[in-house]
Design a protein around this ligand. Structure first.
Ligand code: SAM
Ligand code: SF4
Length: 339
């Protein structure tokens, strides 16, 4: 259960280990494959096949699976999508997830369009930290990247979240060569005006995205933004994900680099993913998935589901296919997996 105002949280014993002795304590749940944007790096405009509604887990099913994971030692859950806020009833789901005994951290990743209208309920679910995707600070470009003319809505959602005391607000920026790399300094300078954590994410070539041009990796991004001033490393805390964290002197916010490609973090990966269609993925960039929905719908017990989960987790791959240079085309679609 998420407790506000205290850091003294009794965490459940972690029973999820893989064969490389990595502890898995973080679950990302994609509640839908639907989205009100079509970002060029995530979906190919207009060509995405939606899952039939019956293929998507109900909230009750997700809650049951989440409960089993928490019993097994998952202490952090992130709700994602597609766009999580487009699914009806998501706030009630968040409230129920937040009550799972043993969960210490619940957060969401959103594109921000619907955030304003749901933010009160999101806060009442005990969520304090938000990740919001924002790949450009320019209105026209926003439409080109996302397919939707919604820069103002998203920016005002960010401001409202900031005024309501959400902290940290992490702005996820997927860096795209020739598209938003001219804005790296503008994003970096935002950290002087606001306590935001601006996170530059290396683009992952996955699924049917048409982006094939040269990639910009973290060292180059860091070199470019270092023209503003020295970037000092930030001490890590227990909520830290894979981002390498830095701060400019006198800045209110931080800079993060997420480097799935140039310096992959597979050896310390603590993540599992439940897709909207009820598959368990132990590696974002691997096509391997274990179907939890079919056994669940066929009436299997929690004990049987636990056994399937433990076995799948044990077999988590050592590293993702791009790390070992045997990628070929990574199948899948980020909006179904949840990023
Ligand atoms: N719709 C929500 C959003 O955009 O924040 C949540 C789902 S989205 C799939 C989760 C994260 O994955 C976003 O921050 C997005 O920028 C990131 N993402 C999607 N496709 C990506 C790609 N090809 N490479 C790197 N990050 C990607
Ligand atoms: Fe939708 Fe998020 Fe994918 Fe953009 S990144 S298309 S907002 S799921």
């Amino acid at each position: 259960m998420i407790e506000s105002g205290t850091d003294i949280i009794k965490l459940p014993e972690i029973k999820l280990f893989d064969k490389y002795k990595r502890r898995l304590d973080y679950l990302r749940i994609s509640v839908t494959d639907r989205c009100n944007m079509q970002c060029i790096y995530c979906m190919t405009h207009g060509k995405i096949q939606k899952l039939p509604g019956s293929e998507i887990l109900s909230y009750e099913e997700m809650l049951r699976i989440a409960g089993i994971f928490v019993q097994l030692g998952i202490s952090k859950i992130r709700v994602t999508g597609g766009e999580p806020l487009v699914r009806k009833g998501v706030c009630d789901f968040l409230i129920k997830v937040s009550k799972l005994e043993g969960l210490s951290d619940l957060s969401i990743t959103t594109n921000g369009i619907l955030l304003k209208e749901k933010i009160g309920k999101i806060k009442s679910a005990g969520i304090k930290r938000l990740n919001i995707s924002m790949d450009t600070l320019k209105k026209d470009k926003f439409k080109n990247i996302t397919g939707v003319d919604a820069f103002d809505e998203v920016w005002s959602s960010i401001m409202i979240a900031h005024d309501m005391g959400f902290y940290p607000i992490k702005l996820n920026v997927v860096v795209l060569f020739g598209i938003n790399d001219d804005e790296l300094l503008d994003f970096a300078r935002l950290t002087f005006s606001y306590p935001f954590h601006v996170r530059f994410i290396e683009y992952m070539p996955i699924g049917t995205s048409p982006l094939t041009s040269r990639q910009l990796f973290a060292p180059e991004i860091k070199r470019i933004i270092s023209s503003i001033g020295p970037l000092n490393p930030v001490k890590r805390n227990r909520f830290d994900g894979p981002a390498q964290r830095f701060k400019f002197e006198n800045a209110k916010g931080e800079i993060g680099f997420i480097r799935p490609i140039s310096e992959h973090f597979c050896s310390s990966c603590n993540r599992l993913r439940l897709t909207a269609s009820g598959n368990l993925k132990t590696c974002l960039l691997s096509s391997a998935e274990t179907d939890l929905k079919t056994p669940l719908r066929n009436g299997c017990s929690d004990k049987e589901l636990t056994e399937i989960i433990l076995k799948t987790v044990y077999d988590k791959p050592f590293e993702h296919p791009l790390a070992s240079n045997c990628a070929g085309v990574i199948r899948g679609q980020m909006s179904k997996i949840g990023g």
